[in-house]
Design a protein around this ligand. Structure first.
Ligand SMILES: [Zn+2]
Length: 337
């Protein structure tokens, strides 16, 4: 894989990463604005190469929005054997079993130590993590996987469509450039097709392929025992439509519209009592965390919140699709106007 040099580092001032993929502005995805270094005098480039790595670590989420979403927070027991071990918005989940544990998502590079500390402060051993699952191969959910895999010895699991992007350190996404999505490459030990399962110590995680946001976006699901009541848990990958993504005649991803529509239908049909997702803001972790102590029922049992999340995103999706269709008609039939 290509490892960005300090002068072409996408986190450098030449192409600031303003926001996470879910909220990326169109400008953040433009052509590379990195500068070539050949014109620099040798002395200046030496100074730069010595100083920049100190001031600006590679892979860093160095912009304000990313940092704001990646604040350390206390881990939290969600339900049965499921724990939140991620950052303020960048989610990560620990699923414990008597035969070892499963972690879903690794966050940014900077999230990985938070995830490790959260797992350990809950009293679990990182070395007992056997499987590292990924929701999708974007830098804010996949960049910490390499470190977590190294520290724990766990094997990485991802969908067949997203695995090559993980193996290539972020290049190969249909929309986000390799430079913007760059993260430490990670070897995928098991690739999942739709409906395939990971089983460990009495727990079964099912890979539900929900493509659109990435080609292999995976919403994992499992069953838990909520004090004698069985509950369906869904870890939603993401249905966010990044600003600037074309749903019509998308050469990089020809089936994007069909995939998104099928994903909405799939998620609307899947049973969901416990709504969790790749971003904590999707299911209001902060609000629900406040309710834990006083609520008579587990606030994470929230099928209505799940429906509301899907409905809200579908309205936005339909609006964007209508806008893109209107724009396409305008350009193909100007004489009719
Ligand atoms: Zn994403």
């Amino acid at each position: 894989m290509t490892h960005p040099t300090p002068t072409t580092n996408p986190r450098s001032k030449t192409s600031p990463r303003k926001l996470l993929p879910e909220a990326f502005s169109r400008s953040a995805f433009g052509r590379s604005t990195s500068r070539r270094v050949s014109w620099l005098p040798l002395a200046a480039s030496l100074v730069l190469s010595l100083l920049l790595p100190l001031a600006l670590p590679l892979w860093a989420q160095d912009d304000e929005t990313s940092r704001a979403r990646n604040q350390p927070v206390e881990p939290l027991h969600l339900i049965d054997n499921v724990y939140y071990v991620g950052a303020s918005d960048i989610a990560s989940y620990l699923i414990t079993t008597p035969q070892g544990h499963i972690v879903i998502d690794g966050g940014f590079v900077e999230t990985a130590p938070m995830i490790r500390d959260n797992i350990e402060s809950l009293g679990f051993d990182l070395a007992d993590v056997k499987w590292l699952l990924n929701s999708h191969a974007h830098f804010d959910h996949a960049a910490g996987l390499a470190a977590l895999a190294e520290w724990s010895g766990a094997k990485v699991v991802a969908s067949r469509a997203d695995a090559p992007v993980l193996a290539a350190g972020g290049s190969g996404d249909y929309f986000i450039s390799a430079e913007h999505n760059a993260f430490p490459a990670v070897e995928v030990a098991r690739t999942m097709d739709d409906g395939e399962q990971i089983r460990l110590g009495g727990t079964t995680l099912t890979a539900n392929l929900t493509p659109g946001h990435t080609r292999g976006c995976t919403s994992w699901s499992m069953q838990v025992d909520d004090g004698g009541t069985p509950r369906s848990v869904v870890f939603v990958c993401s249905v966010s439509l990044l600003p600037g993504v074309s749903l019509l005649d998308n050469e990089a991803y020809p089936s994007i519209l069909e995939d998104y529509l099928a994903t909405y239908q799939r998620l609307e049909e899947i049973p969901c009592d416990v709504f969790l997702a790749a971003h904590a803001s999707f299911f209001d972790l902060a609000g629900k965390r406040q309710q834990v102590a006083s609520a008579t029922q587990n606030p994470f049992v929230d099928p209505e919140g799940y429906r509301a999340y899907l409905a809200k995103n579908k309205r936005h999706f339909d609006k964007k699709l209508a806008e893109q269709r209107a724009a396409a008609e305008k350009t193909t039939a100007p004489e009719e106007r």
